[in-house]
Design a protein around this ligand. Structure first.
Ligand code: SF4
Length: 906
């Protein structure tokens, strides 16, 4: 048809009737797209798919990703009037949303299309793709459950690691569905015997149950509250029951029977619980009481917990002195940097950089305003009632070098803390984990798609994350091949339910184990699945004081849960003939990968890639000839697993920058109650993170600094992260210029950058500091006598910052503080801003075209208070930086004031 001049191909399944069944739309679209690409004719025609199969955003996104130019989900539009007729206010029935009652079919159709559009944009954003034409036909999918042959023939480029169904099964499904709709017509008889058998097996399954069935949740709660062994067995055996519907690949695996050894020869319970942690959940997502009880329980068991993204109350350090240590030993540093102050990070045993979360890779967090009460707002340096959004990426990490820089910043601030990096389980994770190891982080956390989060959209929970069963062997293989396995501990985080999961994860390569939902069950969670509604009936996932009062969890419950699991781990290890978790690592032969597969479809899955990866890893390191026969040099000892043990290890101390070391020494030697020091120092661009180690040391010394107690004048070029985490009382003045990340997580200190005295250029026309300055600042001041790069003051929540011009994306996601820009800005100013104020001198009257007006309002500075504030800030800016620009504006104040635009969140 294209050869005959057709420029649009429409694939439609509208013609289905008693005698005709439709080829699945995705298969048809992908086949046509692939054929046209091979024939070099794809550009000559559009490809529209008209299908009743597509309903959800994911369905439409996959069709576009497989080559469709457009999609018409006709069945949705045809059913809207019918569903509207069923909708009535207050009643949600038959799948009809009660909120739709009273709306016209046209409005509902428009809403549907708007929702699909937003969903597709979100998917593109998660993938880092800007335009639909770059996404169309890209097949950037990891496929679960399709055979290699099918992929090769119809979905080339997509990846499927465990195989699955082929054409015969798809045909059987199509015909079975057709039979269900049209009855036993002639078409059903054409199904293949294998296909019919498998459909039959599938339809014979009992009604599906939930991954965390409430009946088992109740048993777990009973077990930990009463020390009830019978209840524990009921929970653990119920979860591991082979007759239960599989929810993960590991549910198809079985342990092989080995040469059992006596239980006494297996590592002890405490050694095992020392490798357990409570997975990251923020104080905000869950209540203060639950957060503290989880941490205290984990600490008392010799394990640890992670704070999640949201800061932590400094008072929890005081409780520790009274015997209940409810501090989160691991503190998260996530993309929003909520609550990440110098004190928060300096008080941590571990700092976990969350690059991605398995349940929603590519997305940041979102805490609804209803959950942000005064306490949560204080922790996050925001205002009560404001929804808080974490950006998808870390604005200071766009490469492995940037990650390495953040690791360096954190290590300077807190040299004793272990740095962990959390990644989402997906194809290619092995290479990323190797990068993490090379960047200097001694722990990588693998987070899989089945991990729970009440804050993830259903489209992410259902379709985005992948399994740790695939990720762990890949990591093990890549680390071994690159000689990095002795540098890094692998932790797994993703719906760990019982000891069975723990031992399987250990065989596949994990050495530490983080529990999320299961830990909540031990606190009384009844698995109702309504964490996002702030109506948790047991006071866990809520900030409602009345509901929080119902919280009955105790630290002992978490400790008891960890003990039960650890005891079961010991039993399994003994049955496998292994004395420790490390002894089973990589031993794939201990698992029968498909033994629990019950249906024809499950039996089509193959797990050779797991065995191959583990086998390759086992052969390393290579010998001198490059052979992998195991005769190479002995393997280096692995680092201690378990946070407390790792930190107790005798490791070489981290070398903080010499400049910081000198300043710490001088401050330590300073005499008197009101200790002060002043210093002058040269700087080179190799001097990175200057000030972070000083701030961390001062916090650990318990120093209460007077204003300007430490004043340092630098001359030269500052390397990255100049003044990162600088605390109040420290004042840095730089004559010269600074690289990226100046004032990252500024925590009360003051940074002044001004041109060198001998410079001849016009400061307001030149860049004096790089990209991502003041990212995540929570307090302090920065006066920058020139322009700055992109992403200035992103996620500022409390600092005052002045610059004379800035690049794109300034003040994005800002929640507090004040920013003054005395020149031109780049585009996308103020996107996602929900707090604080910015003032921009808009001389060309075009700022509204560069500002993201979706979230902010613009107004003049007619209010007297604004004028007084601006004038005083400009006077200080001129005094501190010598800015000719500020001097000019002040000299003609009445002319300039009306040119300032005030930017406030809507
Ligand atoms: S809302 Fe339901 S699922 Fe979430 S923590 Fe509470 S009881 Fe558990």
């Amino acid at each position: 048809n294209i050869d005959e001049g057709a420029s649009l191909i429409i694939l439609s399944d509208r013609g289905v009737d008693e005698r005709k069944a439709a080829v699945p739309a995705l298969l048809a679209a992908s086949a046509v797209h692939s054929h046209l690409v091979k024939a070099r004719k794809r550009h000559m025609a559009g490809l529209v798919v008209e299908t009743g199969e597509a309903r959800e955003i994911h369905h439409i996104a996959v069709l576009l990703g497989c080559g469709a130019s457009g999609v018409n989900p006709w069945m949705v539009f045809e059913r809207i009037p019918e569903l509207l007729a069923l909708a009535s206010p207050g009643i949600s029935a038959h799948g009809a949303d009660s909120q739709a009652a009273g709306l016209s079919a046209e409005t509902v159709s428009d809403n549907y299309m708007e929702a699909v559009k937003k969903g597709i944009l979100k998917i593109l954003s998660k993938l880092g793709i800007s335009t639909i034409s770059s996404y169309r036909g890209s097949r950037l999918f990891e496929v679960v459950g399709l055979s290699e042959t099918l992929l090769k023939d119809y979905f080339a480029g997509a990846e499927s690691r465990f195989g699955g169904i082929g054409m015969a099964e798809i045909e059987a499904d199509v015909l079975e569905n057709h039979r269900r709709v049209f009855g036993q017509g002639t078409a059903a008889g054409e199904a293949t015997a294998a296909g019919v058998a498998s459909v039959g097996a599938a339809s014979a399954n009992p009604a599906p149950e939930l991954p965390w069935p409430p009946r088992l949740a109740t048993l777990l709660t009973k077990a930990v509250r009463n020390g009830d062994n019978a209840a524990w067995r009921g929970y653990a055996d119920g979860m591991d029951d082979p007759a239960r519907q599989p929810f993960a690949f590991r549910d198809l695996f079985a342990f092989k029977s080995g040469m059992a050894i006596p239980l006494e020869s297996v590592m002890g319970t405490k050694e095992i619980t020392a490798r357990f942690s409570v997975a990251a959940m923020s104080c905000g997502a869950i209540s203060r009481e639950a957060h503290e009880a989880l941490a205290a329980g984990a600490n008392s068991a010799g394990a640890w917990s992670d704070s999640g993204e949201g800061g932590e109350d400094e008072d929890r350090s005081t409780y520790a002195d009274s015997g209940i240590d409810s501090r989160s030993a691991s503190r998260q540093v996530a993309s929003g940097r909520f609550g990440v102050t110098a004190r928060y990070a300096a008080d941590a045993v571990e700092l976990q950089i969350k690059i991605a979360q398995g349940a929603k890779p590519g997305e940041g967090g979102q805490l609804p305003g209803a959950k942000v009460d005064a306490y949560i707002a204080k922790l996050r340096h925001s205002a009560p009632g404001k929804s808080l959004i974490s950006p998808p990426p870390h604005h200071d990490i766009y490469s492995i070098e940037d990650l390495s820089q953040l690791i360096h910043d954190l290590r300077c601030l807190n040299p004793e803390a272990r740095i962990a990096v959390k990644l989402a389980a997906q194809a290619g994770i092995g290479a990323v984990a190797a990068g993490v190891a090379k960047a200097g982080a001694p722990c990588v956390v693998v987070s899989s798609g089945d991990g729970g989060t009440g804050a993830a959209p259903l489209s992410s929970l259902d379709y985005v994350g992948n399994a740790w069963e695939a990720a762990l062997p890949e990591i093990r293989q890549v680390l071994a091949m690159n000689g990095l396995d002795a540098n890094i501990v692998v932790q797994v985080d993703g719906r760990l339910r019982t000891a069975r999961d723990v031992v399987i994860a250990a065989i596949l390569g994990a050495r530490e184990f983080a529990f999320g939902t299961a830990a909540l069950l031990s606190m009384g969670c009844v698995a109702c699945g309504k964490c996002n509604l702030d109506r948790c009936p047991v006071g866990i996932a809520t900030q409602d004081p009345a509901l929080r009062a119902k919280f009955a969890g105790q630290p002992e419950h978490v400790a008891a849960f960890f003990s039960f699991i650890a005891e079961d781990v010991r039993s399994i290890l003994a049955s496998l003939g292994a004395t420790s978790l490390d002894e089973v690592a990589g031993r794939w032969e201990l698992l029968d990968f498909g033994r629990r597969a019950a249906t024809t479809r499950e039996k089509l899955l193959g797990f050779d890639t797991i065995m191959t990866a583990l086998e390759i890893a086992r052969r390393y390191p290579l010998d001198e000839e490059g052979d992998t026969d195991g005769s190479g040099p002995p393997q280096l000892p692995l680092p201690e697993a378990g946070l407390r043990r790792f930190n107790g290890e005798n490791r070489p101390p981290f070398a903080i920058p010499d400049i910081d070391a000198l300043l710490i020494e001088r401050y330590s030697k300073a005499m008197g109650v009101d200790r002060r020091i002043e210093a002058e120092m040269p700087l080179r661009n190799a001097d990175r993170s200057i000030g972070a180690a000083l701030s961390g040391a001062l916090i650990r010394l318990g120093a209460a600094l007077a204003p300007d107690a430490i004043r340092v004048r630098f001359t030269g070029t500052a390397g990255q992260s100049f003044g990162a985490f600088l605390i109040d009382g420290v004042n840095f003045t730089l004559s010269g210029e600074a690289n990226d990340f100046l004032g990252k997580s500024l925590s009360g200190g003051r940074i002044i950058v001004r041109p060198r005295d001998e410079s001849r250029f016009q400061p307001e026309r030149n860049v004096i500091a790089g990209n991502v300055c003041l990212f995540g600042a929570t307090g302090g001041e920065a006066f920058l006598g020139g322009q700055v790069g992109e992403r200035f003051c992103v996620r500022n929540s409390g600092a005052l910052a002045v610059a004379e011009g800035c690049g794109d994306h300034a003040c994005e996601y800002m929640t507090g503080g004040q920013v003054v820009i005395l020149g031109r800005t780049g585009i996308n100013f103020g996107a996602g801003m929900s707090g604080g104020t910015a003032y921009v001198l808009d001389e060309d009257q075009l700022f509204d075209t560069r500002c993201n007006l979706g979230d902010v309002d613009l107004e003049t500075c007619a209010d007297l208070k604004d004028g007084v504030f601006l004038k005083s800030i400009l006077a200080r800016h001129h005094m501190l930086t010598g800015s000719p620009r500020a001097k000019l504006i002040l000299s003609d104040w009445e002319e300039y004031l009306p040119l300032f635009v005030k930017v406030t969140p809507r």
